[in-house]
Design a protein around this ligand. Structure first.
Ligand SMILES: C[S@@+](CC[C@H](N)C(=O)[O-])C[C@H]1O[C@@H](n2cnc3c(N)ncnc32)[C@H](O)[C@@H]1O
Length: 338
């Protein structure tokens, strides 16, 4: 056992029983990945290799000081075109990106980020239209991802947290003005697609809005995202739940279809302990899962939202979800602009 079975600039393979070989190698690993036989079948090789966990336990670890001394330099990495969205975080820096097209604004709720003139091009936060915005759960996440957000809702939204707001019909607005935004998010009403709706059998007559909204979005030729619940007729490019973020107490699954057929590898939904379901209009009795009775503040904390009343909260998307999607959307925009 003096030479490896295979070696190149990235990897060394040693052939033999790992319990014999490992003690003779002078390695100080930062991470050990292993897939031993489970010993669950009658196959010859499928025997549980006794002793390997304790062998690994006694391997000398690489201390931070040793990293430079012991490790070969990494090969150059390929250029990264997509910023990798990070899970389990609440804020991301707000990058300035190239202006795609100046956006006429009709009514400004808060002062707009001033544009910065650099030669012939301007930089500013890209403008996102949040259709069916409610009080702005989705809006908040996109703002954190770096967007200037305009909300559209058929009802007045006195608590809306975005940069601009219009009270009007979403599909009409998308058809008339959608193309003037850099990107569009839409959360059409979900009651007629939800599990609860199918149990009660009560229809709201809004099921057609999802397909009609998608058709309007496609005509804008802008990148778009549609959000809805499990059961909605849409492609789930992303399927997010609170437990995948820093919201361990939130059981709330939402699907996202994207114009760029986005995807990501995320650990699946997994809850331990008490989880809050924020559903319906937050009435007592429909939010208990495992014996816990959450208060309104528990629900706000679970959602990562502190500015909404009970009904607004019951309809909202946790900002963590759209902050996550927003990073992908930003990358999709940058790719189009390149
Ligand atoms: C599921 S909620 C949206 C929640 C929001 N995305 C959030 O994260 O807070 C759906 C919203 O659609 C609005 N809505 C219903 N029909 C509409 C229409 N035709 N045009 C615009 N908004 C509409 C409702 O008033 C409601 O606020």
């Amino acid at each position: 056992m003096s030479t490896p079975y295979y070696e190149d600039e990235h990897v060394q393979l040693w052939h033999g029983d790992f319990r014999d070989i490992l003690p003779r190698l002078d390695i100080h690993p930062d991470l050990v990945v292993t897939d031993p036989p489970y010993g669950e079948t009658s196959l010859d090789w499928d025997r549980w290799p006794d002793g390997w966990p304790s062998l690994l336990q006694h391997l000398p670890r690489t201390s931070p000081r040793n990293i430079h001394r012991n490790h070969r330099p990494h090969p150059p990495r390929p250029p990264q075109t997509h910023p990798l969205p990070r899970l389990r975080q609440t804020t991301t820096p707000q990058p300035e990106t190239k202006l795609l097209r100046p956006m006429p604004q009709t009514r400004q709720r808060t002062p707009q980020t001033p544009n910065t003139q650099t030669g012939s091009s301007m930089t500013r936060r890209p403008h996102l239209l949040d259709a069916y915005s409610g009080a702005g759960g989705a809006t908040k996440g996109y703002q954190r991802a770096g967007f200037h957000v305009t909300g559209i809702d058929i009802k007045p939204q006195p608590h809306y947290c975005g940069d601009d707001f219009h009270q009007t019909d979403a599909i009409t607005f998308i058809r008339e003005h959608g193309h003037t935004f850099d990107a569009i998010h839409a959360s059409p009403p979900c009651q007629d697609h939800s599990v609860l709706g199918s149990v009660t059998g009560r229809e709201h007559g809004t099921a057609h809005l999802l397909a009609d909204t998608r058709a309007a979005l496609k005509l804008t030729r802008r990148p778009w995202v549609i959000e809805n619940v499990i059961g909605a007729p849409m492609r789930p490019d992303f399927r997010l739940c609170g437990c995948m973020f820093n919201l361990p107490g939130l059981r709330r699954v939402r699907l996202f279809e994207t114009s760029w057929n986005g995807f990501s590898l995320i650990p699946p939904c997994y809850h331990t302990g008490h989880a809050v379901t924020v559903a319906g209009h937050g009435a007592q009795g429909n939010e208990y899962r495992d014996g816990a009775a959450p208060t309104q503040n528990d629900r706000r904390r679970a959602m990562g939202i502190d500015w909404m009343n009970r009904d607004e909260l019951a309809q909202a998307i946790p900002p963590h979800f759209t902050e996550y999607i927003g990073v992908f959307l930003m990358a999709a925009l940058q790719e189009r602009a390149a």
